[in-house]
Design a protein around this ligand. Structure first.
Ligand code: GLC
Ligand code: CA
Length: 549
């Protein structure tokens, strides 16, 4: 089946976490004018659209994912006029703008919730999920993704309300048609403004199992991709379908097998999904080195499930919820850092799908050596730390786990320069800056031809110029090789092969016959000295892409 063209298939995306991107009024917090000031940089990188995480009015318990007014801009970030300018200027740069749509829950400061909690008879009572307690306390044993019970007792009416995330993020009741009507009209309002689409937050949680359902082996089963969710998603899709926009759903709990239903060209709910299989977002254990076979398998399952026009992939290695990819999947060690950052770039940017680069990923930013829990802002991480301490874990051990897993690893300010505040602000920022800004920063990398940044640019350019890397099919080679990730892309006679060593050791492999390297031209390689002596031996984190002659 021929794959239909679309702008959102061809463009490379860039995720902006505004609080940590660029601060222009020097209050230590990034802002909309900061994004405007970096549009040239993004254009030069080859970016086709940006996704901005929430900038709406919010008490910021979960950094903007707790919205108290969907149609206002948070004062710290700027004004609606500045947003309109950003949208216009981005469009002038050929960069489209995607907003975050957080409709599983609101803030507990949203007027709907303030009304809702005021009385059982209130007109807005059914906008949220309320239930009576039991002798054991909460209505049932459901636990929150952010730790503790998923229920919060509210004195005013002597009932509990449900919150899948923090207690300040009550879940909306999607079974109430009025909730949907209000949410959908807000969606239309933003689209009428001319934005180019949405990243749809936590959308696999909008349907809840009957409250009598007890948690089974997965503690979040009762509110993760629960049967019946289709009805809500179909209604949402019908709003989206009226426009030529990009929609990407955050789909925790949706398997590759179900993906065609979620993102099929005609009936799908979204254009693409952020799957969770190749990362373990809420995994609190210490990670070991990358399991390359498992990694390939997870990514390939999605590539294959959506092949031949069955749907489209969203590709990512980082976002604001997970640690830095170099630290998790590559290596921070000085000898490997640069090569591994580039190896990951090549691995993910050329898979089938739309790539999303997370701010700082393109310069190889790494995890933050957090000194203590006081440096941590994220609500879930603080809860988790205190749970560990409560369970008797030694503080230093608990901090080790935090350092590897905290979401704040990716929320430290963008490293623009080596200056005191990393060129992000002239004042001490809201969040600690990684001391490695001396070695890892945009300014230095722009002028270094071997930098991670220039490698990202080169790979993006290669993708932008070759349709086979966008619309071509995907084929995995050597699935059982424990170090190498080898895949092909093909469109008609145009063929590419990507070979990446994802380990710290030399790797060798007899490549399958149809990838005999003599017949192929090297397009890019991440080694500084481009003298490849042995075609079948790969240095640690070596990454190459070839095009068939
Ligand atoms: C999503 C967001 C995350 C947020 C959560 C609750 O997972 O990416 O940052 O905390 O939803 O809105
Ligand atoms: Ca600011």
């Amino acid at each position: 089946m021929a794959i239909k063209r679309a702008w959102w298939k061809e463009a490379v995306g860039y995720q902006i976490y505004p609080a940590s991107f660029m601060d222009t009024n020097n209050d230590g917090i990034g802002d909309l004018n900061g994004i405007r000031s970096k549009l040239d940089y993004l254009k030069d990188l080859g970016i086709g659209f940006i996704w901005i995480t929430p900038i709406y009015e919010s008490p910021n318990v979960d950094n903007g994912y707790d919205i108290s007014d969907y149609q206002k801009i948070l004062r710290t970030f700027g004004t609606m006029e500045e947003f309109d300018l950003l949208l216009e200027e981005a469009h002038d740069h050929g960069i489209r703008v995607i907003m975050d749509l957080v409709i599983n829950h609101t803030s507990n400061q949203h007027p709907w919730f303030i009304e809702s909690r005021s009385s059982v008879k209130d007109d807005y009572r059914d906008y949220y999920i309320w239930a009576d307690g039991t002798i054991d306390g909460p209505p049932n044993d459901w636990v929150s993704i952010f730790g503790g019970s998923a229920w919060e007792y509210d004195e005013t009416t002597n009932q509990y309300y449900l919150h899948v995330f923090a207690k300040e993020q009550p879940d909306l009741n999607w079974e109430n048609p009025r909730v949907k009507r209000d949410l959908f009209s807000m969606v239309d309002w933003w689209l009428d403004k001319g934005i180019d689409g949405f990243r749809v937050d936590a959308i696999s949680h909008i349907k809840k199992a009957p409250l009598e359902t007890s948690s089974t082996n997965d503690p979040f089963d009762s509110f993760k991709n629960v049967p019946g969710i289709e009805t809500h998603l179909e209604e949402l899709r019908d709003i989206f379908k009226k426009r030529d926009i990009l929609t990407v759903g955050e789909a925790n709990g949706v398997s590759a097998a179900e993906a065609p239903k979620w993102v099929g060209e005609t009936e799908g709910y979204f254009n693409m999904l952020f799957e969770f299989d190749h990362i373990s977002l809420w995994n609190k254990e210490e990670q070991e080195t990358l399991d390359v076979i498992h990694f390939k398998k997870a990514l390939t399952a999605w590539q294959d499930a959506l092949a031949d026009g069955k749907g489209w992939n969203a590709l990512y290695m980082e976002n604001h919820d997970i640690p830095r990819s170099v630290s998790s999947f590559g290596s921070e060690e000085t000898v490997f850092w640069q090569a591994s950052a580039k190896a990951l770039a090549l691995t993910f940017l050329l898979l089938q799908g739309t790539p999303f680069i997370y701010q700082g990923q393109e310069i190889g930013m790494t995890n933050m050596p957090f000194a203590s829990i006081d440096d941590i802002d994220a609500v879930d991480t603080k809860n988790f730390y205190h749970e560990m301490i409560h369970a008797g874990v030694e503080p230093s051990k608990a901090m080790n786990v935090i350092r590897r897993t905290a979401r704040d690893n990716s929320r430290t300010p963008m490293q623009w320069t080596a200056e005191e505040y990393a060129g992000f602000s002239k004042r001490k920022p809201w969040m600690v800056i990684n001391p490695n800004k001396q070695e890892i920063n945009v300014l230095d990398e722009l002028t270094d031809p071997n930098s991670v940044l220039n490698f990202y640019k080169a790979v993006i350019q290669l993708r932008n110029q070759n349709e086979a890397l966008i619309y071509g099919s995907y084929k995995l080679y050597l699935p059982d090789h424990p170090q190498l990730f080898v895949y092909g892309r093909r469109l008609g006679n145009e063929r590419f092969v990507v070979i990446v060593n994802l380990s710290k050791e030399f790797a060798s492999a007899d490549l399958p016959e149809n990838v005999q390297i003599e017949e192929w031209d090297l397009q890019l390689c991440n080694l500084n000295n481009h003298t490849i002596h042995q075609h079948t031996i790969f240095a640690p984190y070596e990454a190459r892409v070839y095009k068939h002659k």
